[in-house]
Write a protein that binds this ligand. Structure first.
Ligand code: PHE
Ligand code: CO
Length: 288
């Protein structure tokens, strides 16, 4: 799911200076390909009518329905042609500046391992299923592709202000756990949701979480949880809107303003919120 903390301080043995490693697609076993197929079948059966148009188009365009863990040589040929993006393999979570530099240059770093059967529903570090099935279809959308580049540049800039902890919330509540309002209703597009069986259902159907219209300043005041389903989701009206607002806003004064404003707790709404669904929070309360 990629909370933006990292594990190593320098590239591990065998990795390049930018932390990339060869995918070595040939090294995945039949069982590992089988795990991908199992996860793919379960998610793709459920996503029509739930996942955003852009996500469904990405699955199609990139031919992700072909069996097995995707070989990046073929995947990148299609992705490059669509938006100039490519997927690169990394050993695990990479340092923030390295991650942002990849995004700014249209490279998406993907964990080069797949979860074990015991981790079918939950794992802490992003694996190839989360990273490729979850993130890559949206990167085939030209507008979202530009958003991710802008986020990478904005991420590098945030480091100079010591403001990554605020900017990371934007990534969390859009790229990982974002909802979008389409003509047919609410849809999921965040990678953390679309790659999770349980949260794909929960995020749209469960009465527990808040669903609040996207507001940049409000969102960046919002804490988030990394250990369970979200208690609030933010709903964008369109990918164009998300790109426009984030690119046209200078975040420097926003970071300064955010330092003066109290954080908003994960389950709370505030009077200025445009609330689509006010959550009961019964799920989170049960789990305490
Ligand atoms: N406009 C932002 C800034 O001034 C950069 C940014 C763009 C951040 C898009 C996130 C997403 O820092
Ligand atoms: Co992720």
């Amino acid at each position: 799911m990629a909370d933006l903390t990292h594990v190593y301080d320098k590239p591990p043995q065998g990795a390049n200076a930018d932390w990339t490693i060869p995918q070595q697609w040939e090294r995945f076993s039949a069982d590992e390909h089988g795990m991908w197929d199992r996860l793919f079948a379960r998610q793709s059966a459920m996503l029509p009518g739930r996942a955003a148009d852009a996500f469904m188009r990405g699955i199609d365009l990139l031919k992700l329905e072909q069996p097995g863990i995707p070989d990046y040589r073929a995947l990148n040929a299609r992705l490059m042609a669509a938006t100039g993006w490519q997927v690169v393999a990394v050993p695990g979570l990479v340092p923030d500046a390295v991650f942002f530099d990849h995004l700014a240059n249209r490279r998406f770093p993907a964990g080069n391992f797949i979860r074990s059967p015991e981790q079918l529903d939950y794992l802490q570090e992003p694996d190839v299923f989360h990273d490729v099935f979850g993130h890559v279809p949206m990167l085939a959308d030209p507008v979202f592709a530009d958003y991710m580049v802008a986020y990478g540049k904005g991420g590098l800039r945030s480091l100079g202000f010591g403001a990554l902890h605020k900017l990371a919330r934007l990534y969390w509540y859009t790229v990982e756990f974002g909802l979008i309002e389409e003509a047919g209703g609410l849809r999921i597009y965040g990678a953390g949701i679309v790659s999770s069986y349980g949260e794909s259902l929960f995020a749209l159907d469960d009465p527990s979480p808040n669903r609040i219209r996207f507001d940049l300043l409000r969102l960046m005041r919002s804490a988030y949880r990394i250990d369970d389903y979200q208690q609030s989701y933010f709903v964008i009206p369109s990918i164009e809107h998300l790109l426009k607002v984030t690119v046209e806003t200078d975040f420097a004064p926003l970071y300064a303003q955010l330092e003066q404003l109290p954080d908003i707790a994960i389950a709370d709404t505030i009077p200025s919120d445009q609330v689509i669904t006010r959550g009961t929070q019964q799920y989170a309360q049960r789990r305490r």
